[in-house]
Design a protein around this ligand. Structure first.
Ligand code: GLC
Length: 456
């Protein structure tokens, strides 16, 4: 057992982010924002959203499409003009089915197949003869020159549909809607999910100037008071999942090397739900070699499959608080095929899950501190951070770690910061963005519909 104890102690040292490290990461994140804004080399792409903050008085009925991962959601949203909203109807569909019948996010799919599927889901929620203003939340890095055009720069989160990179996303969507016989469903705006979350949180709390996703992916947007492109404050999508001035463990390196795009999205690969289960898998394999579990052949075999563990597994391990850790024992039987395990082994699993989740929450908080240093270095004002995503919402202790870390770093000034769960923020935000665009002189580029056949 000392071998296991030593391995765990080493892991703790590797995965713990000290206050000094948080402060160094915040400073380099702050510097990366400056370089990105100045157009210099930076791992933060600083993508303009061409939108400012809502007033809270936006109103109307809107159709929202939320395309953020392997599930798409279509929502009919009513904004009441008094900071409130109502979901009239909703529908969700996976882009990849569990039984292998279809997969629109794989290299074998195509842009046409993907957007035709999305249009078919929209068709399930609308009447053919009614006009709908559609707001599209598209949660990947895009270059926008206006609110309604967005060229995909690269896929992230292991999505790999060919024929979409370099294309204007709402043009692809509108062409598919027309093919489907829905020319009255008109995309009017396209935003990132972090922008949507910021808008949804700001609709209800005017102190909001940061919106973030801690879910399958990780990224943050903020309201830039002095954007280089315009005199008005503008929301900027940081694509902070790509931030890379970090210390990587051997597990982070291993994960990066086996991912679709080695070298990219380094922060996201350390913190987000898409990857945290895979990090757990790498660590468990190493611990098995160091004496975790006496009879571990079944566990070795189970852990031999890439991506077999997910964020949900981490959540199950974290949720079991007290010895004898019966839920963890049950998890071991179901997930790793182990019928017996010692208390120490179960506690070790819990410790690893906790180290990974705490590291994630502390790294993310460091980036928020970097943004705050940029927009309000002496914290003169109140700031609300709206967060959506499964890690923040569901991982036991995650939200609390973010708050505690703020308190440790900012002491009494931490009272200037609030962090709120902005549930469904990305979808609601698309409706708010559509309302803003309809009212404002926003730089709308008319959609030019071109034939998308053959773009695959
Ligand atoms: C990935 C995407 C980013 C998105 C985030 C959360 O990091 O690149 O655009 O905001 O996931 O969904």
């Amino acid at each position: 057992m000392p071998q296991l104890a030593n391995a765990l102690a080493y892991l703790e040292q590797q995965l713990t982010v000290s206050l000094a490290e948080i402060s160094a990461i915040a400073a380099s994140f702050h510097a990366a924002i400056g370089s990105g804004l100045a157009g210099e080399k930076s791992s933060l792409t600083m993508l303009p959203a061409h939108l400012g903050k809502p007033t809270g008085q936006e109103q109307g009925h809107f159709l929202a499409l939320d395309f953020g991962g392997t599930t798409i959601r279509v929502l009919l949203v009513e904004l009441d003009g008094q900071q409130g909203f109502h979901l009239i109807n909703r529908r969700a569909a996976p882009l990849k089915d569990d039984w292998g019948q279809y997969n629109y996010v794989s290299p074998q799919s195509s842009a046409t197949a993907l957007f035709d599927f999305i249009a078919s889901q929209i068709a399930g929620l609308v009447d053919d003869n009614t006009f709908y203003a559609l707001g599209h939340t598209f949660s990947y890095p895009t270059r926008q020159t206006g609110c309604n055009n967005a060229i995909l720069l690269n896929w992230t989160k292991e999505i790999n549909t060919p024929g979409v990179i370099g294309q204007d996303i709402n043009t692809l969507l509108f062409a598919a809607l027309k093919r489907r016989g829905l020319p009255l469903v008109v995309p009017q705006v396209i935003i990132n999910d972090t922008v949507g979350t910021l808008l949804a949180a700001a609709y209800q709390d005017q102190h909001t100037d940061i919106g973030s996703i801690c879910g399958t992916g990780h990224n943050t947007a903020y309201l830039e008071p002095h954007p280089p492109w315009t005199k008005q404050p503008m929301i900027i999508n940081l694509e902070s999942g790509n931030f890379d001035q970090l210390s990587f463990t051997m597990y982070d390196q291993q994960l990066d090397q086996t991912s679709e795009q080695p070298g990219q999205q380094r922060l996201e690969k350390m913190v987000s739900g898409r990857y945290i289960g895979e990090l757990l898998r790498f660590i468990l394999v190493a611990l098995l070699r160091n004496g975790l579990f006496t009879d571990c052949a079944a566990a070795f075999a189970a852990l031999d499959q890439p991506n077999i563990l997910t964020g949900q597994d981490v959540a199950v391990l974290l949720a079991d608080d007290s010895p004898p850790y019966e839920a963890i024992a049950c998890w071991l039987t179901h997930r790793l095929g182990l019928t017996t395990s010692k208390l120490k082994d179960r506690a070790a699993l819990k410790a690893v899950a906790s180290l990974l989740a705490t590291r994630s929450a502390r790294l993310i908080t460091a980036t928020y501190l970097g943004i705050l240093q940029h927009i309000d270095p002496t914290l003169q004002r109140c700031h609300n951070i709206g967060i959506d995503g499964s890690l923040y919402e569901k991982l036991p202790g995650y939200a609390n770690t973010i708050e505690t870390t703020f308190t440790q770093c900012l002491q009494e000034k931490a009272s200037q910061i609030t962090v709120t769960l902005t549930k469904d923020g990305s979808g609601i935000g698309a409706a708010i963005a559509t309302a803003i665009v309809q009212k404002s002189q926003c730089n709308k580029t008319p959609l030019s519909i071109k034939d998308t056949e053959g773009t695959t």
